[in-house]
Design a protein around this ligand. Sequence first.
Ligand SMILES: [Zn+2]
Length: 270
Amino acid sequence: MYKIFSSIFILLFCVNLLFAKDVITMKLGKYNITGICISSINHDKNLFRYKNKDDLKKFLAKQNSTASAVNVFLLEIDKHKILFDTGTNSKILLEKLNNININSKDIDVICITHMHYDHIAGLINDYNRTFPKANIYIAQEELDTNKNSDLFLAYSNRIKPFKQNEIILSFIKTIPAFGHTAGHTMFEITSDGQTLLVCGDIIHAPIQFEEPNIYLTYDTDPIEALSVRKKMMKEYSNSGKYIAGAHLLNGGIGKIQKNKLGYKFEFIEK
Ligand SMILES: [Zn+2]
């Protein structure tokens, strides 16, 4: 009986991934934003933490799966083609960009939320830089804690450190969101009254909408990370502003709504 149930579960999980959207595009005022899923992951349930183990089990039991994605976001405006994070694999990233008629040389700016592998691996392709004409914007705090990164060799003076709350290119606002890492940063973009927040790893799994106090062991300072998550959800829920999450499914873009249980994420339609 167990085998039948586990086979059904695996089948449902695969069907779920099959129908998950991997590229989604929307207009943000005058700009175009595209969410691109680079790969899928399934969080091990042992990585989740909560103040009470029994309550955590109940929360996890209610979830259909712990499936998650690795997304990057492309912002297109008149003069620039900008990537936010680069995912786990440069070849897959280039292939997916190629599918939407974007060449590696077209990307002139890349904003990195933090320097974990699943956000920066796409920057290097066969020991060379994947994006020959791009400047890479990374928070000073993040660079200070990753001094031996291969990125320094590959991109050298194309790495542009920024300070928190600095505005990049006059329209990308950097917002400190420490806790997941020492320099984790969110990016807010506004055009014609519409706003979108690239929130990086502030949310790893859908369960964190229902209970933002649940965290995964990936956070270096979980207490700080969950306080940032709660502040962000309070500020952005029911605000009409869009959220773009690095590990949300269906291309990762949508809005947060407050409900009786906590919060809910509503994906934009393709
Ligand atoms: Zn991540």
